[in-house]
Design a protein around this ligand. Structure first.
Ligand code: ADP
Length: 575
């Protein structure tokens, strides 16, 4: 400083001083601008661009909003996002200085107010007299007590390799309200807010994409885990990529240890390996039925090839569906047709035989008593035929989805059971068939024919499956709103694992020779179940012990509430 010559003239001195003051104030402005920019840059550096969960997104935005408030010195800051459904801009939580309740009242159409203007024009708006400014929505201004504000677009930019913007999409807007210390917002605030908005938009867009993808992935995984079909995905090199729990169950595999391992070492079923081998060799989908001997199940297996965009095989997916039951029903159906033909032919042969004998007896060899016996047999065989044909017709009604019509009348169960037991007793000497239902048992509303069919079937079975004879007892109980009928026999009994299945069509107990020796069609109990259910009741096997007998139970409402659909179908069919 010593060799600087000081100007003598005080005027010059003053001028010089003034110049320095200007330079200093300019420098100070630059410093504070630099500080702001540094601050903003620091803020951005703190904001992670990859946010992976909703809470993380909330936390990141909360930090960002606080910084924004600090940098532009605003009391309130909020982000609004465009929701295509219902076409509105809505406040994204968290917001600063805006309660959740207020936020819920701020949604507006994408072309309304300052937000709409900024959103549609993709240009910032600054207003320093909120009440007088014609662009603002006065209701919202007074709700948030807004004095002044700036609003900038939240835009996502796509850039090429040279960082040139090639596409820009506006996803919402960012607001800052009420500049602190009664100041006005200025262009620098807008510039800073725009920088921060870009950052916020990128974070939101990334998070949304990531969250959406994660949710989709999770959904896919859950679907994959939960589907009933077994699925195995194998790479072209033969290593397992995925196995779902159903496939592990079907093929008795331990799925956790399988991924990445070669199928040859992991799947014990050679037929499954063959399935993949064939797919690779033929380079096309393969369908096969695979029977797994160990658990006697049959699977319909189907492979498909997943290729990449060049058509190269990427992996092979095999889907397994359990068709054991389907095949079983098919087998049962075939057996059913042959038993039914047999069941129809037996009474017919007998009827024809007795009638031929009677016709041929022109010399009157047979006395009246023998003739009467023949007539009686013919009558019984006709009944048997009618029953079987009725059963068949009813099964076909149920199968075709038409259901069973119920024609209600007063039914005296005591009388009905007495008739059925008497008739059934007529067929056998080995059994003692009787009903203990008292004469004064309450009358019920039911379809008498159908209830008779139920009793016929159950008492018929009780007799059929008691080859050694014994008591067959029908009893009933008044339960109030409902009545219960029990049919008890002292026959073969039913092994526990058949209890539910015997009510399925064509199901017959075939564990022992005694059961097998009895001719049946496997539709009786299936029908009985439907007949009881058509009354709003039910039938079930209440007790059974192999070698000791069984007790079937029926529950029927006294006043069934048959729905209108059934009544209508009854009318339509003209019963
Ligand atoms: P089926 O025409 O074969 O008798 P059902 O549907 O009436 O057909 O019965 C199904 C199967 O349930 C029968 O094949 C038989 O094995 C078993 N079953 C039914 N009732 C009895 C019973 N009272 N005692 C023992 N087994 C029975």
């Amino acid at each position: 400083m010593a060799d600087v010559a000081l100007p003598e003239d005080p005027d010059n001195l003053r001028k010089e001083l003034e110049r320095y003051r200007l330079v200093v104030s300019e420098l100070q402005g630059k410093i504070s601008k630099l500080e702001e920019d540094l601050d903003a840059a620091a803020t951005m550096a703190e904001v992670p661009t990859v946010v992976v969960t909703q809470p993380e997104l909330r936390q990141t935005l909360s930090r960002l909003i606080k910084k924004v408030a600090m940098i532009v010195q605003a009391e309130k800051v909020m982000l609004m996002l465009y929701q295509a459904e219902p076409g509105e801009l809505t406040v994204l939580q968290p917001a600063l200085g805006v309660s959740e309740e207020q936020a819920s009242q701020l949604s507006l159409r994408a072309d309304e107010g300052v937000s709409g203007l900024v959103f549609t024009s993709n240009k910032p708006v600054i207003y320093n007299d909120a009440l007088a400014d014609e662009r603002t929505d006065k209701g919202k201004i007074s709700l948030l007590r807004i004095r002044n504000g700036i609003c900038v677009p939240l835009a996502i930019q796509q850039r090429d390799e040279e960082e040139r913007v090639v596409d820009e999409r506006v996803i919402g807007v960012m607001h800052a309200f009420n500049k602190r210390y009664d100041q006005d917002f200025n262009d620098d605030d807008v510039r800073l807010l725009e920088m921060l908005a870009d950052q916020a938009a990128a974070v939101i867009a990334n998070a949304q994409l990531y969250i959406e993808l994660t949710e989709k992935k999770q959904e896919l995984e859950e679907t994959f885990e939960s589907i009933h079909s077994g699925v195995i995905v194998v790479s072209p090199r033969g290593s397992i990529r995925l196995v779902n729990p159903a496939a592990s169950r079907m093929l008795s595999l331990l799925s956790e240890e399988l991924v990445g391992r070669p199928i040859r070492d992991s799947i014990p079923e050679p037929k499954v390996i063959e399935l993949f081998d064939e797919t690779w060799k033929q380079n096309k989908e393969v369908q096969k039925e695979i029977a797994i001997e160990s658990d006697r199940r049959i699977y319909q297996a189907e492979t498909s090839i997943m290729g990449d965009e060049n058509g190269e095989m990427h992996s092979v997916v095999a889907i397994f569906n359990d068709i054991t039951e389907l095949r079983q029903v098919e087998r049962m159906k075939t057996a059913f047709v042959s038993t039914v033909s047999h069941e129809l032919r037996t009474p017919l042969t007998s009827i024809k035989g007795f009638i031929a004998t009677l016709i041929d007896d022109t010399d009157g060899i047979y006395d009246d008593e023998t003739r009467f016996e023949f007539y009686h047999i013919i009558d019984q065989e006709c009944d048997r035929l009618t029953r079987l044909i009725n059963d068949l017709l009813n099964v076909s009604r149920i199968e075709s989805g038409r259901g069973i019509d119920v024609l209600l009348s007063q039914v005296n169960l005591s009388e009905l059971a007495a008739n059925v037991t008497k008739m059934q007793q007529g067929y056998t000497d080995r059994h003692n068939i009787y009903s203990t239902i008292p004469e004064d048992f309450p009358l019920i509303q039911a379809d008498a024919d159908k209830v008779q069919q139920i009793l016929d079937n159950l008492i018929g079975n009780a007799v059929k499956y008691s080859p050694q004879g014994g008591d067959v007892v029908v009893s009933a109980e008044d339960e109030g709103e409902t009545i219960r009928i029990d049919i008890r026999d002292h026959g073969l009994g039913i092994p526990h694992h058949h209890w539910d299945k015997i009510f399925q069509r064509f199901h017959m107990v075939d564990d022992d020779v005694d059961h097998k020796a009895v001719k049946g069609t496997g539709i009786g109990l299936y029908l009985v179940k439907h007949l009881a259910q058509a009354h709003g009741g039910d039938v079930w096997l209440d007790w059974s012990e192999v070698g000791e007998g069984s007790r079937f139970a029926i529950r029927l409402p006294k006043q069934p509430n048959i729905d209108d659909r059934t009544k209508e179908s009854a009318r339509a069919i003209g019963r």
